[in-house]
Design a protein around this ligand. Structure first.
Ligand SMILES: [Fe+2]
Ligand SMILES: [Fe+2]
Length: 473
């Protein structure tokens, strides 16, 4: 279905036929724009940016590209097309017709799921707001802004559901999404990762790779939901999310490539010399990876969770790629490795439904491995002896069975003293952050790229790499 751009709020949900909803959303729209101006990108708000905008939601070319000033971006409401006679695909209600309205008994749970997802979208824009002041190239600056406007649209997606299906409390929750702010001492964002500062572009790429990928898995699980409008909303959000994964994956790959080049030019693997030459040593890249990966793992929740079990049982939230599983009732057992409380590890078998968070986290980790393999190929091709590794899912956790259990990055339980003493080798310390910050300077000449990162392989939408992706002059 094509998107109607003649209206104040572009949409493919026939908004004009529901005047009450239209008015409520038109009332929210100026608040969103105020938020965007106050807490969206701190610079280049009035410059033309080469951005894609959705024009239809089907697979072929849903996006058109053009020069847009960010505050004029056409944020709107886009749902994937409705599937005729869709049924619930898992849990105790399997085979029953998907819900087109919110079932009363699941109302507060669905609202909480939508608010929690919705809260992450503007949070990431807030976390990234200062990065435009130190972009390594116009290409990267454009990608940052593309991610930012799309996270803004994802907020619209969740606000639409709240307004359209949850009445007055939905409207209040939509206000709250603009009132909490990333890192705010009084009104922080709901999930801790979304309050972490994103200080530099290395962190940005890590965030886009690891944290946006958590978003991808949450959206995949919600795209299975028996609540059909939520499923359709998330299906379309996933098509936008793919670019965010690419920005993270290719960004980290380019940093690694540049480091390997410098190591070969200088014939050294000494981090001090690599840093002196203006590249980021692989050990520091590993530390950033350890930090953002372990932080993202917490987002999946506790290993054993009765909430997760009831989301699944009730058909509210499935497993990512539910259709690939054979048993959609999830009747089996799942083996967990848990801390034994005495510095060791014990095995426990729990019901599959209670282990849903862990099932999802395991699928996420497998997906994360793909990028690590690609980055290691770059290192190997460069003839350098070094292997980047995802830390264990037990490492540095603050949520679930492994929360505050000291382990090394391989997941071996260790003493709190050893953990404390070793942590500076495992995650970025202020000195590492200061070094990375020292490299962050804007490079705004078309085709030029900062010295700490390799240029991209190709441009956006078949445009040349040296295209002026943001008109800064
Ligand atoms: Fe998003
Ligand atoms: Fe994203």
């Amino acid at each position: 279905m094509n998107i109607n751009y003649d209206e104040r709020i572009p949409n493919n949900v026939d908004l004009s036929t529901n005047k009450t909803l239209q008015r409520a959303l038109e009332h929210w729209q100026p608040r969103f724009l105020d938020w965007w101006k106050d807490l969206g990108p701190a610079v280049f708000q009035n410059n033309d940016v080469y951005l894609r905008t959705a024009t239809s939601v089907d697979q072929q070319g849903w996006a058109t590209f053009g020069m847009v000033k960010m505050p004029e971006y056409r944020w709107g409401i886009f749902l994937a097309d409705q599937k005729q006679d869709r049924t619930i695909g898992f849990g105790d209600n399997i085979g029953q017709p998907a819900w087109q309205v919110v079932p009363g008994e699941h109302r507060s749970t669905l609202r909480r799921l939508i608010v929690t997802q919705g809260d992450t979208e503007p949070a990431s824009v807030e976390q990234q707001r200062a990065l435009g002041g130190s972009a390594p190239s116009l290409y990267d600056l454009r990608n940052l802004f593309q991610v930012n406007v799309e996270e803004g649209r994802h907020l619209w997606a969740m606000v639409y559901l709240l307004h359209a299906y949850f009445g007055r409390d939905g409207r209040e929750e939509a206000e709250g999404l603009l009132e909490r702010h990333a890192g705010d001492a009084d009104k922080p964002r709901i999930l801790s990762t979304f309050n972490e500062p994103i200080r530099d572009w290395l962190s940005f790429y890590m965030f886009a790779y690891f944290t946006d990928r958590d978003g991808k898995f949450q959206l995949k699980a919600l795209a299975e939901s028996g609540f059909d409008p939520l499923a359709r909303t998330c299906q379309f959000m996933l098509t936008e999310e793919a670019h965010h994964m690419f920005v993270g994956d290719s960004g980290i790959g380019r940093v690694v490539r540049r480091t390997v080049e410098v190591m070969n030019e200088l014939k050294t693997d000494d981090p001090t010399r690599i840093r002196a030459a203006g590249a980021i040593d692989l050990q520091t890249i590993q530390k950033y990876m350890n930090f953002w990966f372990s932080s993202a793992l917490d987002l999946f929740g506790s290993e054993v969770s009765s909430n997760a079990a009831s989301y699944f049982a009730n058909g509210l939230k499935g497993r990512p790629d539910e259709s690939l599983y054979e048993d959609h009732v999830a009747a089996g057992e799942y083996a967990l490795d848990l801390p034994d409380g005495q510095g060791g590890v014990r095995s426990e078998s729990v019901s599959m439904r209670n282990a849903m968070n862990e099932v999802m986290r395991a699928a996420y980790i497998r997906d994360c491995e793909n990028g690590v393999k690609r980055w290691n190929k770059i290192i190997e091709k460069g003839g350098v002896q070094f292997e980047l590794r995802l830390p264990s899912a037990r490492f540095r956790r603050t949520v679930g069975s492994w929360a505050n259990v000291p382990t090394d990055p391989a997941g071996n339980p260790i003493s709190p003293e050893l953990f404390g003493a070793s942590l500076p080798n495992w995650i970025p310390m202020p000195a590492d952050q200061e070094f990375v910050a020292s490299l962050m300077h804007s490079v705004l000449e078309p085709g030029k790229v900062a010295a700490w990162i390799a240029p991209p392989d190709r441009g956006i939408n078949n445009m040349p790499v040296d295209y002026e992706y943001v008109r800064v002059s």
